[in-house]
Design a binder for this molecule. Structure first.
Ligand SMILES: Nc1ncnc2c1ncn2[C@@H]1O[C@H](COP(=O)(O)OP(=O)(O)OP(=O)(O)O)[C@@H](O)[C@H]1O
Ligand SMILES: [Mg+2]
Length: 302
């Protein structure tokens, strides 16, 4: 079986891309025994730092060829230094004792990022390789059968590294915070993504054209009717985009909406997914319920 590769995208920042990748990834690895690879493509390195102690992360990427940066660097300078087996961290996060670390989630692997990813954009532009958007897909292809899901945690932009994520993906998921500004951005995002797939359709040989196939709401709060109103507007916009063929015909606004929960934010300090840090919290409960609907959507509905 080939992994389903999913890019979590939104050019709006702070909408829960990383929180969804880390917590949904950990939840389906823990409760559903799915083999999950998280690929950190953001120079902020947030999913790497959520799942690793800072010292462990720094130590690992002190050899920068053990980060996602090297996948792109190799193409820019013509080297072959990226080695998946060396770069991947298996069974993250770890618990540290006197004997070193041991895995807390045996089914969750991570390809970490390093801050050097920040330098890639200019260099990828200057290099002007015609197939600049295919590098990530080429690097991950040999490992497709080792995982059930590959989650791509993208930076809040649609630049070259994120375009590589779009090209590597089978589906895109849009994490979303329900407010007016996010809503106006969603239409633009769907247009841009569709435009990109149109331009590269000739390179998608033998693959189905990827599409935005789900939205996941984070930071949900039941205060007044602001969020309810924003969700209604989002549903209307989703219907329009569906009718225009700009998103997958079965695109779903997955439920439940992930409620704002301080335990989720707190779990970043502990370098643990919420499901390990605070399994009884409402955030963890929401992710557990979301996981069931997510798997149903990607394995039955689509
Ligand atoms: N359900 C939640 N409850 C409380 N805090 C949350 C929740 N989900 C995410 N956060 C916090 O909100 C912040 C933004 O979330 P996150 O980093 O996942 O967004 P992002 O879209 O990945 O951001 P960026 O665009 O910078 O990559 C983080 O500090 C995170 O800890
Ligand atoms: Mg992020």
């Amino acid at each position: 079986m080939r992994a389903k590769t999913i890019a979590f995208i939104n050019f709006k920042g702070g909408v829960g891309k990383t929180a969804t990748v880390v917590n949904l990834g950990a939840t389906i690895a823990k409760y559903h025994q799915k083999r999950v690879l998280i690929v950190d493509l953001d120079p902020q390195c947030n999913s790497s730092l959520w799942l690793l102690q800072p010292e462990a992360w720094r130590d690992h990427i002190s050899d920068v060829s053990r980060s996602t940066y090297q996948i792109f660097e190799d193409h820019i300078v013509g080297t072959h230094r990226f080695d998946f087996e060396q770069a991947v961290l298996r069974g993250v996060p770890y618990s540290y004792g006197e004997d070193g670390g041991f895995s807390l989630l045996s089914h969750l692997d991570l390809l970490p990022a390093s801050v050097e990813v920040l330098r890639l954009e200019d260099r990828l532009h200057q290099s002007k390789f015609a197939l600049f958007f295919t590098y990530l897909q080429q690097a991950l292809k040999p490992y497709q059968s080792s995982y059930d899901y590959i989650f791509l945690d993208c930076a809040p932009n649609l630049y070259t590294v994120t375009k590589n994520a779009l090209f590597a993906a089978d589906y895109c998921v849009v994490p979303y915070v329900p407010d007016y500004l996010s809503l106006s951005g969603f239409g633009i995002l769907a247009d841009e993504v569709e435009d990109f797939y149109e331009r590269v359709s000739g390179s998608l040989t033998g693959r189905k054209r990827p599409k935005i196939a789900a939205l996941i709401v984070s930071h949900y709060r039941k205060v007044g009717n602001v969020f309810e109103h924003a969700i209604n507007e989002l549903q209307i916009r989703t219907e329009q985009l569906r009718a225009e063929g700009k998103i997958h015909p079965r695109t779903a606004l997955l439920e439940p909406y992930i409620r704002h929960d301080v335990k989720v934010a707190e779990s970043t300090n502990e370098h643990l997914p919420a499901v390990l840090h605070a399994p009884a919290s409402i955030g963890s409960q929401d992710y557990a319920d979301l996981a069931i609907n997510f798997l149903n959507h990607f394995e039955e509905t689509l």
